[in-house]
Unconditional design. Structure first.
Ligand SMILES: [Mg+2]
Length: 392
């Protein structure tokens, strides 16, 4: 079997998915500057909005193909300019070799945006292999280890005003979610008052869900070590299951200091690429929970290697939930000790999966495994009004 083409295409259609009440965005590193700190978050799609998504398809001379998306424009650019010419005429089933060669291909390509392009290709190759062998990907990876994977409710975008957050937390607990993660809006630029508001939200949510419920918090790299140290000490009585990305992940020694500052476990990894960057966090004793996302860290091939590495350090991998399906297939092929659960972004997953026939979502806090060959991702032609080829 040979790869004959790699096609990038943008689909468009009218939003008919759910809408949510206005809420808050999370803290960000750029919020240190007032003109950025004042920016509000998006409101999400409204009925009648025109929405778009970019997909990639790997085509072969055997008729079988691999699909993945939505991807971002920068991934599509690197795929079209560099990875497509490299992959034409190659054997798509030789994923380990192709992955190794892609990682060695570009002098700047071992991290960052180029690695997210490699990730998208790798995932589409696994989709293709699953379709060629008529099996879901988790079966090719040695699973399933279970028939459904627990998903935690990720509350990005909901109002963090304490009363609102408490009511929302109770509502999703009642839906069967056994864990939730809430996002702090404020950071060092917002001073003592911002910290008070962060803590008031955390306190309100803890009271709403009760003392035994699994509760996490996320700062999206928006803090510095001094601020983060004060926050984890103040959060300790609320016994969070983790504090996520208090500072950027390359500050390994500083993350270790934060681990030592309180009993609150430290999580990071969604902006960490490959097993080698991950190793620095593990060897540096800088992390309690890893969160590499197969969509970005190097694909399904790399995520499996990261799980093996992390398991030897007794460190669980709870993947960031960008597009859900790749992380779900890896989770379904790993011991629950290594991958206990996946993330489900309540307000964003309906948009990411909008153009697909099946919207994978938790029922009673559990995502049932796909049974279709490959990823289990099928485009819904009924929602696609326009389909345009993309090249650069
Ligand atoms: Mg996060």
């Amino acid at each position: 079997m040979k790869i004959t083409d790699i096609v990038l295409f943008r689909v468009s259609g009218v939003w008919t998915g759910p809408t949510f009440p206005a809420g808050n965005r999370q803290a960000r590193p750029i919020d240190l500057y007032p003109e950025f700190n004042q920016q509000s978050g998006g409101t999400g799609h409204q009925p009648g909005d025109l929405v778009h998504a970019l997909y990639l398809e790997i085509q072969t001379d055997a008729g079988v193909s691999g699909l993945f998306g939505p991807i971002e424009e920068w991934q599509a650019f690197h795929i079209h300019k560099t990875l497509r010419p490299f992959l034409l005429s190659q054997d798509p089933l030789a994923i380990e070799m192709l992955h190794d060669q892609m990682v060695r291909l570009d002098r700047h390509g071992r991290s960052g945006l180029f690695m997210t392009a490699i990730s998208a290709i790798d995932i589409a190759l696994w989709d293709l292999k699953g379709k060629a062998w008529q099996q879901p990907i988790y079966r090719l990876l040695g699973g399933p280890t279970r028939s459904a994977v627990p998903a935690y409710a990720s509350m990005l975008g909901f109002s963090t005003a304490p009363a609102n957050a408490a009511a929302t937390a109770q509502a999703y607990k009642a839906q069967g979610f056994t864990a939730q993660k809430w996002f702090f809006r404020y950071g060092p630029a917002d001073g003592a008052e911002g910290m008070e508001q962060n803590l008031a939200m955390a306190q309100a949510v803890r009271e709403a869900v009760g003392p035994l419920y699994t509760l996490m918090f996320d700062a999206f790299m928006g803090w510095d070590v001094t601020y983060a140290s004060a926050m984890v000490r103040a959060l300790e009585p609320l016994h969070p299951a983790w504090m996520e990305e208090p500072i950027p992940p390359e500050r390994v020694a500083e993350l270790r200091k934060l681990r030592e500052a309180s009993r609150v476990p430290i999580a990071t990894g969604e902006h960490v690429y490959t097993r080698w960057q991950t190793k620095e966090l593990l060897v540096g004793q800088a992390v309690d929970i890893l969160q590499n996302d197969p969509d970005w860290t190097g694909g399904i091939t790399e995520q499996v290697k990261i799980c093996a590495l992390a398991s030897a350090f007794e460190t669980p991998v709870v993947a960031h939930g960008h597009s859900l399906l790749p992380a779900l297939h890896v989770a379904a092929a790993q011991s629950p000790a290594v991958v206990p659960r996946v993330e489900y972004l309540l307000r964003y997953q309906p948009g990411k999966q909008f153009f697909q026939t099946t919207i994978y979502q938790p029922e009673n806090g559990l995502v049932t495994l796909p049974t279709l060959p490959g990823l289990g991702m099928v485009l819904d032609e009924g929602k696609i009004e326009k389909r345009v080829a993309v090249s650069y």
